[in-house]
Design a protein around this ligand. Structure first.
Ligand SMILES: Cc1cc2nc3c(=O)[nH]c(=O)nc-3n(C[C@H](O)[C@H](O)[C@H](O)COP(=O)(O)O)c2cc1C
Length: 205
């Protein structure tokens, strides 16, 4: 067994090691809108779903100069976001949307992505993304000088028809290829869902 005491490691090493262990991580691909209506898009893989109540948790770090990321600033100002889940054909666009560009540059326009209006929030959703969750900021929790946990209420869920199972009235993972984030070694590494299994549930509560 390789054992590392995290309390004695520099921050960079902690991040490299933990982000290689907690895998695969779903990636929240988030649209927000700034004060002048510009649409921002960026991926966040420190992300999990909380299903009762219907919420999402996302950790927002800081830019290299310590300032807030555009997603974070827009969330604070407008309190709204659309969280998408991407499938394999969108992976390169997702990756490219993480580039640190000036706030006045819209990653959506830069990448030539098409949007559709949302039902209950101002940020639009990406037309090609198989899943889009319209969200409102519930609260923020400061985790230190460089990290904030944002809790979002999910108001509306959209899924592409092609991933929907009419039999079960929910999405079926065998109809699409959700992407995930793996270790950060020389940049982010990604995975795609491979095999899926259904086991007997008769003895489960
Ligand atoms: C796959 C992937 C996952 C990421 N996850 C996070 C994350 O969980 N938290 C974070 O602060 N930044 C994360 N980043 C970095 C942000 O996407 C990046 O800082 C981006 O420039 C922020 O854009 P914005 O300023 O438009 O919000 C991730 C990047 C990639 C490529």
């Amino acid at each position: 067994m390789i054992t590392r005491d995290l309390s004695s490691l520099p921050k960079r090493d902690i991040y490299r090691i933990l982000s290689s262990l907690v895998i695969p991580r779903p990636i929240a691909w988030i649209t927000t809108v700034d004060g002048s209506g510009r649409v921002n898009l960026a991926p966040f893989s420190s992300f999990m779903g909380i299903f009762g109540p219907p919420m999402l948790a996302i950790t927002l770090g800081r830019r290299r100069d310590g300032s807030l990321k555009d997603t974070h600033r827009n969330l604070k100002e407008r309190g709204e976001a659309v969280v998408h889940l991407a499938d394999l054909p969108m992976l390169e666009a997702l990756h490219a949307s993480a580039a640190e560009v000036a706030p006045e540059v819209s990653e959506v326009e830069r990448l030539g992505l098409v949007t559709e209006p949302s039902l209950h929030v101002t940020p639009p959703r990406l037309r090609e993304a198989p899943v889009a969750l319209e969200c409102r900021l519930n609260r923020e929790l400061e985790l230190g000088p460089l990290s904030t946990l944002a809790l979002l209420d999910v108001l509306t869920a959209h899924a592409a028809e092609r991933i929907w199972s009419a039999d079960h009235d929910c999405a079926d993972a065998s109809f699409w290829t959700p992407v995930s984030r793996l270790a950060s070694v020389a940049g982010p590494n990604y995975g795609a869902l491979g095999q899926t299994f259904r086991l007997d549930a008769s003895e489960l509560p």
